[in-house]
Design a protein. Structure first.
Ligand code: HEC
Ligand code: HEC
Length: 335
């Protein structure tokens, strides 16, 4: 038997068996496994625009720096509420076109953040457009390249009403006073990014996953921290638009430093804005609602942080105040 390679028949038969065995193991079995994968019940297919955006994402090679996979390890907990699973990719596995295979969006380089849940984390279309035009507009230290070719410069008279003008601040437009207009490609790409949300698996029968262990920080029982940290929450949820210094961004996001709404003794309007979103003025973009993303304690902590930072000076907000306003909004919308 050990001399099988000296007999040409044995040699051919053995190589053939090894070849067929490996093919089944590493190609046929995984492929049929993939074909049996079903989407999660709460997932829906990409719209036409979102799928066009996926193609732009692939064409611009965003995958060079961004992953879309939450691994089952602790350092990935910030990128999603659960680890990724095969079903998550059900709708993105469609071929790009006749010539090209399904896109590989998992990525292996994480120079920038994981984008699995970016639609939940960063809900503003205007923010994404500014960020794509030049990331430094909204994130000062960003090393992400800009994608100005996804935008067009036009004279104000050429801009039609259905086009999206991006509020690029003066210092980022090289002295030109022309309007920066998002192309269809930019709008498609942003639609795709906003569609990236992890599907909920809570209460789905037959789906189990083991969450990565949280590190035992020793604060569990004895030393309960005194509620959420407003400054950190502000940085994570509001700072992208209103900026770390609370000064906002001219033409897109209003300043919270010195804002009469933030400093008002009566916090009702401010809390309503956080819960319901805001689109009161044409010169600013739209703010999305945070009612589903932040609980009363967190909103109180953020509001208190805003009312006591950047020279602002107004009384603190309690979770009870937020709760009351949240309930008053609910009763109105139920009527
Ligand atoms: C050279 C690497 C690189 C490339 C290429 C790149 N990015 Fe980024 N991206 C980053 C870095 C670094 C950050 C973090 C700093 C920032 O927010 O700008 C980032 C941040 C982001 C964010 C915000 C993430 C968050 O959690 O707030 C989005 C959205 C994004 N990129 C989308 C894209 C898209 C879409 C493309 C392709 C058109 C792209 N990126 C190409 C490096 C890159
Ligand atoms: C996607 C960008 C974005 C994010 C994120 C965001 N905002 Fe806003 N915010 C806006 C825009 C745009 C406006 C102005 C809307 C208008 O007036 O039309 C605004 C207005 C406000 C105002 C009213 C200020 C004034 O004087 O007019 C407050 C208060 C506020 N936001 C608080 C928050 C808080 C707190 C958070 C975090 C929980 C937050 N915002 C997150 C975009 C954002």
């Amino acid at each position: 038997m050990l001399n099988f390679h000296k007999n040409h028949r044995n040699l051919v038969v053995t190589s053939l068996l090894v070849f067929v065995g490996l093919s089944v193991l590493i190609a046929v079995v995984p492929a049929s496994e993939i074909q049996r994968t079903k989407p999660l019940p709460s997932m829906k297919d990409f719209s036409k625009q979102e799928r066009a955006g996926l193609n732009v994402y692939v064409a611009e090679n965003c995958v060079a720096c961004h992953t879309q996979q939450v691994r089952n390890i602790e350092m990935d907990n910030v990128w999603g509420s659960r680890p990724s699973m095969p079903s998550d990719y059900y709708f993105s596995k469609k071929r790009l076109d006749f010539w090209r295979q399904s896109p590989s969006i998992l990525g292996s380089e994480r120079t920038g953040p994981d984008l699995t849940n970016i639609g939940k984390r960063q809900a503003g279309k205007e923010w994404h457009l500014l960020h794509l035009y030049n990331p430094r507009i909204v994130v000062k230290e960003s090393i992400m390249p800009g994608y100005p070719w996804l935008f067009e410069e036009k004279d104000a008279s050429q801009v039609s009403s259905d086009e999206v003008v991006v509020a690029v601040p003066e210092q980022f437009r090289k002295g030109s006073s022309r309007k920066i207009v998002a192309t269809q490609k930019a709008l498609d790409l942003v639609a795709y990014l906003l569609s990236l949300k992890q599907a909920d698996i809570e209460g789905e029968p037959g789906i189990k996953f083991i969450p990565a262990k949280k590190k035992n920080t020793g604060t569990d029982s004895q030393t309960q921290p005194s509620g959420p940290d407003g400054a950190t929450l502000y940085t994570n949820t509001c700072g992208a638009c209103h900026q770390a210094d609370g000064k906002g961004l001219a033409g897109a996001f209003p300043p919270l430093a010195g804002s009469t709404i933030v400093n008002d003794n009566d916090p009702e309007l401010m809390i309503k804005i956080i819960l319901q979103g805001y689109d009161a003025r044409a010169e600013y973009a739209v703010m999305a609602p945070f009612a589903d993303m932040l609980n009363d304690d967190e909103i109180a902590a953020i509001a208190t942080h805003e009312r006591s930072s950047w020279g602002n000076n107004a009384p603190a907000i309690t979770a009870e105040m937020v709760k009351k306003i949240r309930e008053s909004i609910k009763t109105i919308s139920q009527k």
